[in-house]
Design a protein around this ligand. Sequence first.
Ligand SMILES: NC(=O)c1ccc[n+]([C@@H]2O[C@H](COP(=O)([O-])OP(=O)(O)OC[C@H]3O[C@@H](n4cnc5c(N)ncnc54)[C@H](OP(=O)(O)O)[C@@H]3O)[C@@H](O)[C@H]2O)c1
Length: 246
Amino acid sequence: MFDYQAPENLLQNKNILVTGAGEGIGRAAALSYASHGATVILLGRTEEKLDAVYDQIEAEGYPQPATITLNLETANETDFDNLAATLEQEFGQLDGILHNASIIGLRTPLESYDPTVWKKVMQVNVNSAFMLTQALLSLTETSKDASVIFTSSSVGRVGKAFWGAYAVSKFATEGMMQVLADELEHNPDIRINCINPGATRTNMRASAYPAENPMDNPAPEEIMPLYLYLMGHDSRAINGKSLNAQ
Ligand SMILES: NC(=O)c1ccc[n+]([C@@H]2O[C@H](COP(=O)([O-])OP(=O)(O)OC[C@H]3O[C@@H](n4cnc5c(N)ncnc54)[C@H](OP(=O)(O)O)[C@@H]3O)[C@@H](O)[C@H]2O)c1
């Protein structure tokens, strides 16, 4: 899948929500989906960053996107229900969700991990993805080719010292993906999968590995083949899988 060549119109007429679309991998995915014909709904917590992505999509002449400023740390069930109602009114149906927004929390031993930060990481990385999925699932039901992608990490597959809540949240993300994929296994019109992006040149990576030369890692734009593959119809038969983008 690393060299998947997406047809230019792969995502034409699709409405795709991307969380954490203001920068990093989410930004690259939103631009890539838009450039392949999708109407993207850019969700994030910093309005200016979302507006900049919006402007870039418009300037390129891709389908007009939408922005939703929402802090996933503080959003509750009512916020997600309101979001679903807005999307239903504006778009009618949803063909894709890329759960991408995450925070890294602390890099300390569990013994001294601050419980307040722990809860914050779990809220953004796991609980909000659960509530968002729950609120939006019925909107994907009218799509004949819907794809939900969660974002994992290598520390969500094998536990690693000092990765704390982030690692545990990614194990939970893998688990959520598997449970949902199994529950929807009977429905050929929706698939649920996970992407592990691998080391990618973003602010999150730089904060986790300050001594590393950022140029040693690929830019987010370089890992898009798998993001496109899993969002488009060529991956119709893939469900419940956790795949590496690199
Ligand atoms: N980069 C890597 O090497 C790597 C490796 C493995 C897995 N991943 C995973 O890939 C995904 C993207 O990572 P990245 O490196 O692109 O991270 P990033 O550059 O830090 O971007 C994260 C995005 O999530 C948004 N976000 C964070 N907290 C939020 C909240 N409370 N509410 C709404 N949005 C929020 C951020 O919004 P603001 O811009 O407003 O802060 C930002 O747009 C994450 O799930 C990460 O765990 C990354």
